[in-house]
Design a protein around this ligand. Structure first.
Ligand code: SF4
Ligand code: SF4
Length: 237
């Protein structure tokens, strides 16, 4: 979310995002508060004008609009704010960590302190990044249920995407956010895409609260289906 209290971000899947696996190893519990969109999907890069790129842009805008309309307004009264980081893991780069945790030392000094076991217990380092978990984010204003660095550059990207974000031409919804309503979200995306698309929900096997809304062009799906039917007929002959 981005409005008042923020909490936005994400996790992984079969295309298990690197951060998700890493966080699992680091914390043995929750998944990363970071969009899988950052992770490599193994697909080729999209051309800026390709249909897939345009679809991704539409989904990104629709996800942001859905959050603005349906999530952000709920944050101040949320029963389990994601910014407490009890369920989620917040991924940060050094600049974000330094600003939000108000660290005064250099990165090298902080890393040495962390390695010596004298750093903040809620922070782990890995893969050139830092992960906060099991203690509320210092930028979280518990009294108002809001983010103190909302609209600032230092707010980690994951915070802006959670709990709904585009990933490789599909949409991911994180049901750990109590404000997400899959039915409303699916209707929202259907309207945003217009006719010609089919949306199918698919929960992650390992993390069932991560649901992918798989987006398919109906024409393409029907063509593929006709091809398969033709193949089946040929095989039977
Ligand atoms: S879990 Fe959802 S509703 Fe609750 S604070 Fe986070 S984004 Fe807002
Ligand atoms: S920076 Fe902290 S308080 Fe702000 S949205 Fe992210 S996790 Fe929540």
């Amino acid at each position: 979310m981005r409005g008042a209290p923020v909490c936005t971000e994400d996790c992984g899947s079969i295309r298990l995002p690197q951060p998700l696996r890493l966080a699992g190893a680091l914390f043995k519990t929750a998944i990363v508060f970071e969009p899988i969109a950052r992770a490599s999907s193994g697909r080729l890069p999209m051309s800026p004008r390709s249909p897939r790129h345009l679809l991704a842009k539409t989904l990104t805008a629709a996800a942001a609009a859905y959050q603005a309309e349906n999530i952000i307004s709920h944050c101040p009264q949320c029963a389990k704010p994601c910014c407490r980081l009890d369920q989620l893991v917040l991924e940060l780069d050094w600049k974000e960590l330094k600003a939000i945790w108000q660290l005064k030392e250099t990165r090298k000094e902080f890393d040495q302190r962390l390695a010596a076991g004298k750093g903040p217990k809620e922070i782990r380092a890995g893969n050139g990044l830092y992960y906060g978990h099991q203690k509320a984010c210092p930028a979280f204003d518990e009294a108002h249920g809001s983010c103190k660095v909302y609209d600032q550059d230092i707010k980690p990207p994951g915070c802006s995407d959670f709990p709904v974000y585009e990933n490789d031409g599909d949409l991911i919804a994180d049901l750990r956010c109590e404000a997400v309503d899959l039915e409303v979200l699916t209707d929202w995306i259907t309207r945003a895409l217009g006719p010609g698309y089919r949306i199918v929900q698919s929960a992650d096997e390992q993390f069932p609260f991560i649901v992918t809304l798989l987006v398919t062009r109906i024409a393409a799906a029907e063509t593929s289906s006709r091809r398969n039917a033709t193949k089946a007929r040929v095989q039977r002959q």
